[in-house]
Design a binder for this molecule. Structure first.
Ligand SMILES: Cc1cc2nc3c(=O)[nH]c(=O)nc-3n(C[C@H](O)[C@H](O)[C@H](O)COP(=O)(O)OP(=O)(O)OC[C@H]3O[C@@H](n4cnc5c(N)ncnc54)[C@H](O)[C@@H]3O)c2cc1C
Length: 403
């Protein structure tokens, strides 16, 4: 059976960022997964919500940052990035740090002695002393009971669509008030669909535009972190995950929720003047009617549409990772589906780490974004080195005691 010191499951921004740091620190790393695969599933025509700096994998500056990419490739990258540009950057990054990526699926991760055994979809195995799970949120789509009970031709989750071509000429109601709902509405409207957004909240929020940050001039970095998560002020708090994680839980939760409350990027607003947005309306019932669907809303109104699209986001629950051995999953201490992580994003199972969105309950909302890869990669390298030093020191003191 093949062996490695560290197995990184996932070749998205978090897995690649950690691989780069660990290898730079001289660690033996095997990285597994289809590079940037999650981003390929997103609808064509999408733009990144985070700005250029907040879309760097790992460090915000340096040769592998978005800045380094534009310098090295002469690619023209505006302050806001298209999905295609980000994928190109991710693959460029992967070529530089993990050209040996193992393009296989992990079908099982189980504990074996002091380490772990990974089983691949071709039946082969890999033994690893340490495992980093960086497999993203694709398994976590939030599908309310109403969606699950409706036929797929009439209702779906945004994650089910790589493009919205099939909705041309159709009437669509979109449930949600975040970037995903609003950007889907814009893309569908521009693609010739008749769209309405139905938002549960009494008001749809818009993120501040570049003007506000630019207006702060040279003081901008004091109030707005390059991670680009959260409003001015809060952005700074959540950009220090090691400090933020020590906040009392109620304060942590309030700030985290505020940092990622459903909102649309300011550049989306001008694309939606002809799209009705009905705020404060909950769909109370959805009933198929031939090849359409009848909706009753909490405000007493009703609609008949061709399709109901749920932009209802994702609920992290690591037990939904299909490859996680059940016994191992039970050993990972979790709260609300999130693993409780300590320094270095390590779970209650020694040498098993979780990166990306599953780390958000312990280290804050930045972990849900590409920008969080800057922190997770550094934190893991530090912890691995500290644990090695601890082991060497214990070994030395045992030898001294025996002598
Ligand atoms: C529509 C949409 C728009 C978004 N826009 C932004 C944005 O603008 N900015 C931002 O920062 N974030 C954005 N996000 C959030 C985004 O999902 C995360 O920032 C990002 O994907 C985190 O990277 P990751 O490495 O944790 O996960 P992913 O990018 O999802 O990578 C997961 C990796 O794991 C691999 N994998 C999964 N399961 C297995 C397995 N069993 N075996 C082997 N490999 C496996 C996959 O192949 C993939 O390589 C957006 C999300 C959505 C849904």
């Amino acid at each position: 059976m093949d062996e490695t010191e560290i197995a990184v499951i996932g070749a998205g921004p978090h897995g690649l960022g950690a691989t780069e740091r660990l290898r730079a620190a001289g660690r033996e790393v095997a990285v597994i997964g289809e590079p940037m695969s999650f981003w390929h599933t997103m609808p064509k025509g999408l733009w990144m919500r985070s700005r250029r700096n907040g879309s760097s994998i790992g460090d915000v500056t340096g040769p592998l940052s978005m800045e380094g990419y534009t310098e090295s490739t002469q690619a023209v990258v505006e302050r806001h990035l298209s999905l295609e540009t980000f994928i190109e950057y991710g693959l460029w990054y992967q070529q530089r740090v993990a050209s040996d990526v193992i393009r296989r699926q992990v079908v099982q991760l189980a504990r074996a002695g002091r380490g772990f055994v990974l089983t691949f979809n071709d039946g082969t195995h890999l033994r690893a002393s340490r495992v980093l799970v960086a497999t993203g949120i694709a398994e976590f789509t939030r599908r309310p009971a109403m969606l699950r009970q409706l036929p797929t031709e009439l209702a779906s989750h945004v994650a089910d669509h790589g493009d919205y071509e099939r909705f041309r000429g159709k009437s669509i109601a979109i449930i949600g008030a975040g970037q995903s709902a609003l950007e889907s509405a814009a893309l569908m409207h521009e693609g010739g669909a008749d769209v309405e957004v139905l938002a549960r909240h009494p008001q749809v929020h818009w993120l501040h535009g570049d003007g506000l940050i630019d207006g702060l001039g040279r003081f901008a970095p004091l109030f707005y972190a390059p991670t680009d998560v959260g409003p001015i002020g809060i952005s700074r708090l959540v950009a220090t995950p090691e400090v933020f994680r020590r906040f009392p839980r109620p304060i942590f939760d309030v700030i985290a929720a505020r940092a990622i409350r459903p909102a649309g990027a300011s550049w989306l607003k001008p694309r939606l003047p002809d799209v009705p947005i009905t705020a404060g309306a909950v769909v109370t019932s959805a009933t198929p009617h031939h090849d359409q669907i009848d909706l009753q809303l909490s405000n007493g109104s009703s609609r008949r549409v061709d399709h109901l699209l749920f932009a209802t986001g994702y609920d992290v629950d690591i037990r939904r990772y299909p490859f996680l051995d059940r016994t191992l999953a039970e050993q990972v201490r979790c709260v609300d589906g999130y693993p409780v992580l300590k320094r270095g994003l390590e779970s209650s199972v020694p040498r098993l780490h979780f990166l990306g969105a599953p780390a958000a309950r312990s280290f804050g909302p930045v972990m849900r974004f590409v920008a969080g890869s800057w922190f997770s990669s550094k934190a893991i390298v530090k912890t691995v080195a500290a644990q090695d030093r601890g082991r060497s020191a214990r070994r030395a003191s045992r030898s001294a005691a025996a002598a």
